[in-house]
Design a protein around this ligand. Structure first.
Ligand SMILES: CC(C)(COP(=O)(O)OP(=O)(O)OC[C@H]1O[C@@H](n2cnc3c(N)ncnc32)[C@H](O)[C@@H]1OP(=O)(O)O)[C@@H](O)C(=O)NCCC(=O)NCCS
Length: 152
């Protein structure tokens, strides 16, 4: 069974590879090893038999808004509740920070809906949400859907 825990610096290589797998398919934004090392404290991982099988991170965007980023489950491990466990851990972290709004940009709407998120208009979010988009090939034709969960 996968165990979810805070990421450590020695997880960087495995996190990098998992994200890169989906980045190459255009599903996730690429993250360099250097960036991952710098923001490793924002990541949680799911580990099974010493292997990282899922990752996710929380990016603070404002006093009352965080974004779930880089959420990915390794091929062969999807559909076993690991993504849900990671999201629950990230929501717990948002609660600890007393941040009430958690958003994500995604193609996986049913997954987020089953975790209590709802689809919202992208226009409701501040400029800061879009700063990462310069790294995305699709920035002028973004087809990702914004989802939001309020924690009150
Ligand atoms: C999306 C993703 C993170 C989901 O993780 P997961 O571990 O497979 O999801 P879970 O097993 O926790 O599924 C939870 C629920 O969502 C549903 N679900 C998951 N993916 C789904 C999909 N593509 N379509 C419909 N329902 C889906 C499951 O059926 C389950 O519902 P249930 O509890 O009613 O049975 C994973 O499939 C993934 O890594 N995808 C590729 C990368 C990606 O798109 N990441 C999202 C970037 S924001």
């Amino acid at each position: 069974m996968a165990v979810v825990r805070k990421a450590r610096i020695d997880d960087v290589e495995q996190i990098y590879k998992l994200i890169d797998h989906y980045a190459q398919q255009g599903i996730m934004l690429p993250r360099s090893r250097e960036l991952l090392s710098r923001i490793i404290d924002t990541f949680v991982v799911a580990e099974e038999d010493g292997v990282i099988v899922g990752v996710g991170s929380l990016c603070k965007l404002g006093d009352d808004l965080v974004e779930i980023r880089s959420l990915g489950i390794a091929e062969g491990y999807k559909g076993r509740g690991i993504g849900t466990k990671l999201v629950e851990t990230l929501l717990e972290e948002a609660r600890r920070l007393k941040i009430r709004q958690v958003m994500a940009l995604t193609y996986e709407v049913p997954f987020f809906e089953s975790n209590g998120f709802r689809v919202v208009d992208k226009g409701i979010f501040p400029e800061k949400v879009w700063t990462d988009c310069i790294y995305c090939k699709k920035r002028h034709a973004c087809d990702e859907i914004a989802v939001l969960r309020r924690l009150d």
